[in-house]
Structures are given as C-alpha cells and as structure tokens.
Design a protein around this ligand. Structure first.
Ligand code: 2IT
Length: 447
C-alpha cells in the first residue's frame, strides 16, 4: 500500500471532499509502515475497503418555522464500518454540514470506537440545519421531521446515534420521542445521551470533557508533569468545553479562555464554577455568542472580538469546538506564548501543518480520536445499561471511564513510542485503532 497512490485515486473520485480526504490522508500516512508488514491485509484489500463508508442515507427534511414559513434541509446518516459492532456515532446539526464532513467524522469514529475497547462500529449523521436563533418549538419540529426519515435506518442492534455539535440532551429527547411514536419500539437503547429518567446514563453529558482531562493527565504524567496549577486555554463553549472546564478546574488547573464564533473571553484569574455553569445557558439559548459570558461577569471576563483562544497565553491548549479550528499560525502563537502541550478534544481540531509544527517543536500533541473517545465510550456504557435494563451510579460510570481512558493511553504508548522514548500519539492512536478494525474485517471475509 502506498498512501500517495490511494490518495490520488480518492481525490479523483471525490473531488472537493476536503475534510474526508484530510482525515484519510492522516490515518494512511501513519499506518503505512505497519500495514505493509501484513501481506494478508493487502491481499484482502483492507485499505481500499476501510476508506469507503458501508452506505450513506440522504433525505429531505421539511418543517414549518415559527413564522409559518416552510423550511427544507438535508439530512444524512453515514454508516461507515460495522466490523467490530453496530454502527455508532453522533448527529451534527450545523449550517456547514456536508457529505464530506460526515464522511470524515464517520471515518474517524470507526477508529475512535475501536480504541474504546467496546464493540462499536463507526457512523455519523446530521443535517445542514442551524439551531442558531431558533426557538425551542422550532428545534422540536425540526428533530421530529428529521426522525420521520432517520427511524428506518436505526435500531439498538443496528445503528445507535447520539449527539454532536448542535445536538445535546434536548434534541436527543425530541428525537427519541418521535422514534418511539413511529417505530412502536420502546427499547431504551436506540439513541444515547438520553435524559436520566428515560434510560440515559449518569455522567454522559460530562463524559467527553471528563475523559479528555483524564487522558491529558496520563499524557502529562508520562512526560513527568502534573496538571495542577497549569494554565489551560479552551476553545468553544458548548457541551464538550463545559465538561472539560469542569474537570480541569476540579484537577486544579486554571482555565483562562473560552471562545465562540464571535471572539474569545479572557479570564485572567481563571473560570469560576458560576461561569462554568453559565455556559449551559449560553449553549441552550441558541445565541451562539461567547460575549454573553463577559456581559454576565464584566469584572472578571474580558471579551476580545474576532480573536481565538490561541491568542491567550497558556501551558495547555484544549481545542473543544470544530474541525480545523487551530492552524499553523495559531500553533506558532501558542509556542511563542509558552504553550507546551495540545490535547485535541474536537474531532480533527488541528490542521495537519499545525500538528507538524507541534511535533517538530517539542510540543506534546494528542489527537481527538484518542482524547475525546470518552464521550462515545460512555455512550457504549449507556448501551450496556440499556441492554441489561439497569442503571449504574456516577461512581461506577466514572471508574469505567477512567479505566477506558487509561487503556486508550496505553494503546497509544504501545504503538506510538519513538526510539527516544517520547510518544507519537497520532501514530499510536491510528495504528491501534486500525489494527483492531482491520483484523476484524479480515476474520469476517470479503463482505
Ligand atoms: O464525536 C463523537 O465521538 C461523538 N459525537 C459522540 C458519539 C456517540 O455516539 O456518543
């Protein structure tokens, strides 16, 4: 297998699918050596098969807004790979959603889910619907219209969606209500991220952020450091950022920035619990403005319009917003300001040039598919509870999440340790995830 040959073919076949091609390139580059040591992979054409989704559903979603105007969006579900378990992955509602974006996310999800140690295949879905400025009633009607099509594609042993950007507990509630109405199936395990009274798992809302910080702790310990007292810059202010800030604070870090599409909030003395909880309102308001934090806490928070979190001096950068949110210029600015570690919490949050800059300048970098896997892992734990009709305590879920993040870190170390003893987390995560899925495909024949 040669990455350049496969990429040339994919570029010709899927011109313009930038995010998808970027994600595939990153994985293929890091697995090429290992892959070529396995002639049985080449014989079964594992790489050619693994880069293509198993299938993709595209459907029209029509609904009526609060003014009585008819609105039409496009909905998607990309079922990427089911070699190690049923399709599993979130739904993204965002104006920029395209098939390319969901293919990149489904591809990443396949390897991430393999790292969690749980039997889950990879999928992703969503719509170009933007929740920004929408009322609660509009969100509900959109979710119901979306489920009118999606319900045919999913099921507890088939495909189990969850949240992602623009889809949180509220949206999962509306989606689940409509699913039950349409399918007349009352299994609690068809969506994850549910409310606690109807099959949801304690700690799922916190899980992505908490897991990311547990992983960061392992990364720092491996490098002989500790997180207490470190200055942390976070981007975004949604569910993932909220959980990351909460755990970072609990571990004694000082969170100096959160951001939004409008700019960055600099919090010199660190975020307080009150600010952290206010982020929940900021997300559910659908205003999509981080400036609201500075309006609420004017004495402690400075809003800088048009700037990113990477302009604020920090020790550790935690991208928690969107793909490609941190570019090479940002990486250079972070280094100039003293940053020495970046744990990517968003999916493909960093541009390839930024990752290259980090790695060639001694800045520790860990990729999203390892760092943020605690979210989907806790979804997997929710599925287990639903299948057994049981409910675990917060302590039980948290200790399982801890164990899973530790195990993901060990897999990265196993496959990514460089001759000098430092760890290439990108290579480690990609090789570990790939080997598991490839082996499962091999054992199940040409299907
Ligand atoms: O990117 C992700 O891993 C998620 N959005 C969570 C997926 C899930 O099924 O919990």
């Amino acid at each position: 297998m040669k990455t350049s040959v496969i990429m040339t073919r994919l570029q010709a076949k899927y011109p313009g699918e930038k995010e998808y091609l970027q994600a595939v390139q990153e994985v293929l580059e890091s697995i090429e050596d290992v892959y070529n040591q396995h002639p049985e992979f080449e014989q079964a054409k594992i790489v050619e098969r693994i880069v293509e989704p198993d299938r993709m559903f595209t459907f029209r979603v029509t609904w009526v807004d609060d003014n009585g105007t008819v609105q039409t969006n496009t909905g998607y579900r990309v079922q990427f790979n089911s070699a190690i378990g049923p399709y599993k992955g979130g739904l993204r509602f965002h104006s920029a959603v395209t098939p390319s974006m969901l293919k990149f996310l489904g591809f990443e999800q396949t390897f991430k889910n393999a790292l969690t140690t749980l039997p889950m295949g990879g999928a992703k879905g969503g719509s170009d619907f933007s929740p920004k400025g929408r009322s609660d009633a509009e969100i509900m009607r959109f979710c119901q219209a979306f489920m009118l099509e999606l319900w045919q594609c999913i099921g507890p042993d088939q495909d189990i969606p969850a949240g992602d950007v623009g889809v949180g507990g509220r949206e999962i509630g509306y989606l689940n209500g409509m699913y039950q109405k349409l399918a007349r199936q009352y299994h609690t395990g068809v969506l994850t991220g549910k409310g606690e009274t109807w099959g949801g798992s304690i700690l799922r809302p916190e899980a992505t952020g908490f897991g990311a910080l547990y992983f960061t702790q392992h990364v720092l310990h491996k490098a002989g450091k500790d997180i207490a007292g470190q200055k942390v810059s976070v981007s975004g202010f949604g569910n993932v950022a909220w959980g990351a800030v909460k755990k970072a604070r609990q571990l004694g870090a000082v969170v100096v920035a959160v951001s939004g599409p409008d700019g960055v909030c600099h919090i010199k003395d660190g975020m307080t619990e009150e600010m952290n909880e206010y982020m929940l309102w900021m997300r559910s308001s659908n205003r999509d403005r981080v400036e609201d934090l500075a309006t609420k806490f004017p004495d402690k928070v400075e809003f800088i319009p048009g700037k990113k979190s990477w302009s604020i001096p920090c020790d550790i950068a935690l991208p928690c917003a969107f793909q490609n949110e941190l570019d090479e210029e940002d990486a250079k600015q972070l280094k100039a300001n003293g940053c020495w570690c970046c744990c990517e919490v968003s999916n493909m949050g960093c541009r390839p040039e930024a990752i290259h800059f980090f790695q060639s300048n001694g800045i520790i970098f860990a990729p999203g598919k390892a760092v943020n896997a605690g979210g989907v892992a806790t979804s997997g734990l929710e599925m287990t509870q639903n299948a057994g009709h049981i409910s675990w305590s917060a302590e039980e879920v948290d200790s399982k999440l801890h164990w899973i993040m530790k195990s993901i870190h060990e897999q990265c170390v196993k496959f990514g340790t460089r001759p000098d003893g430092t760890v290439d987390y990108v290579k480690g995560a990609n090789v570990a995830g790939f080997m598991k899925v490839a082996q499962a495909m091999l054992e199940q024949g040409i299907v």
